[in-house]
Write a protein that binds this ligand. Structure first.
Ligand code: ADP
Length: 424
């Protein structure tokens, strides 16, 4: 198999898919792996995205896992490494963006990298090193209240400096707007001055395309998923529809929704309003009745026997309903119970011939992929920004769409299938 061009390390699962999606759109053939694979790649690709779950774990463990991914990516020939984090720079003063960046730089023996969570298509822009989420500063966005990584400062230079061993600088929009040559000159100047990481402003896709050219020779780039749009050109690749083609879909169609995010609630309501078959899971019944899940499985089987599909099984509920469940079961217990049920349902559905599965919810997606023992996914056409169809060859011929909370438009649960239909 030919060596790959770009090797990516992502600090969470749905973020990895978001990055893979942008790389495919820019013209690369991409496989996403769940952790570092022990088997060979299932097809020839230009880029591999290794999905870790390292965003909020202990920094030492995050470094260890990232170095493990790096070693494997180097072994399969990666010419450049992309460390992907969240477009809202989710981290704490301890890390894990800074420590992982330092460790990757040391291992790659490089003394300079860029830092840019910008993703203008999704409203993430950087001005004078300050990150905006839509129209507000990061520190004024809902991220200020995040339970694990509250973001109460928007100054990326300061945020990175607190958690990074080397000196951090800024390449501002005045330089970026002059194009790739000016950015390269600034990088050379900063390297001479002993700066090892530069936050880069970006207000538009054009800025990311120019930055893409400027970082061609850097062994390591660190970014959200946005910078991906500017890298394929460095390898002589252009957007190519055929690179997003997946094998033909087979089997029944089903949706599992364990997300309670606002957009998912709208998507469930929309799907039901169209008269499609749906089954609501009650977490309290799930806790009390050991054979409750069998009812949902029998219902699904009956639907497929009748020739129905896509079908929906969901635990998606309003915040009030979730709170009342959590009063009885507590937050963690309720979450784990529903996640376990979703994992079992995924396995049962595929067992009864589902070949096209849509999962709503970041954690829910992780659990279902784990339960199905999916280790590699080829990335296909985009359904909505950040959510592509994926294909897993083993252990069974399966098309998967994994949607985190607020992603996708309101008719996502009905519209997603038309994207698969169009390609077959
Ligand atoms: P999102 O991407 O929208 O955050 P996740 O799947 O990551 O979705 O998280 C949703 C969490 O809520 C999961 O742990 C899931 O098990 C839990 N959950 C789902 N439905 C319910 C419910 N009805 N009551 C309580 N917890 C629920």
């Amino acid at each position: 198999m030919k060596p790959i061009l770009l090797g990516c390390i992502a600090d969470d699962f749905t973020g990895a898919t978001d990055l893979a999606n942008n790389l495919v759109r820019a013209g690369m053939r991409v496989i996403q792996t769940v952790g570092v694979p022990s088997a060979d790649l299932e097809s020839e690709v230009d880029a591999v995205v290794v999905a870790l779950k390292s965003r909020t774990i202990d920094p030492e463990q995050a470094v260890e896992q990232s170095l493990g991914a790096l070693a494997w990516l180097k072994k399969i020939g990666a010419q450049q490494i992309y460390f992907k984090y969240c477009s809202t720079f989710d981290s704490t003063p301890e890390g894990n963006i800074g420590p992982v960046t330092s460790a990757l730089m040391k291992s790659l023996q490089t003394d300079f990298t860029v830092v840019t969570p910008a993703f203008p298509d999704n409203g993430r822009t950087i001005v004078k090193g300050h990150l905006f989420v839509g129209d507000v500063l990061l520190s004024d966005s809902s991220m200020r209240n995040h339970p694990l990584t509250p973001m109460t400062d928007s100054n990326l230079v300061k945020l990175m400096q607190t958690q990074f061993a080397g000196r951090v600088g800024l390449i501002d929009y005045k330089v970026v707007s002059k194009g790739h040559k000016a950015i390269k000159e600034k990088i050379a100047e900063m390297t001479k001055d002993g700066i090892s990481a530069a936050v880069v402003d970006a207000l538009s896709n054009d800025d990311l395309m120019e930055l893409g050219v400027a970082v061609k020779d850097l062994p390591l780039v660190t970014a959200g998923s946005g910078l991906a749009i500017g890298l394929a050109q460095n390898f002589g690749l252009k957007p190519n529809h055929s690179h997003a083609l997946l094998p033909n879909p087979q089997g029944h169609r089903a949706i599992l929704s364990g997300s309670c995010s606002e957009m998912t609630q709208k998507q469930v309501a929309h799907f039901k309003k169209q008269g499609n078959p749906s089954y609501a899971l009650d977490p309290l019944e799930l806790a009390q009745n050991g054979s409750y899940l069998d009812k949902a499985i029998s219902w699904a089987k009956l639907q497929f026997d009748k020739g129905a599909g896509p079908i929906l099984i969901y635990s998606t509920s309003s915040p009030e309903q979730v709170k009342s469940v959590q009063k009885v079961l507590n937050v963690q217990q309720a979450g784990e119970l529903v996640e376990k049920a979703m994992g079992e349902l995924a396995l049962a559905l595929v067992g009864m011939g589902v070949g096209q599965l849509l999962v709503a919810g970041g954690e829910t997606s992780g659990v279902c992929v784990q339960s199905l023992k999916v280790l590699q996914m080829q990335i296909g056409p985009q359904i909505d920004p950040g959510v592509p169809w994926c294909f897993s060859k083993t252990p069974s011929h399966l098309h998967l769409a994994l949607k985190s909370g607020n992603f996708g438009r309101e008719d996502f649960f009905t519209h997603a299938w038309t994207v698969l239909d169009q390609q077959s």
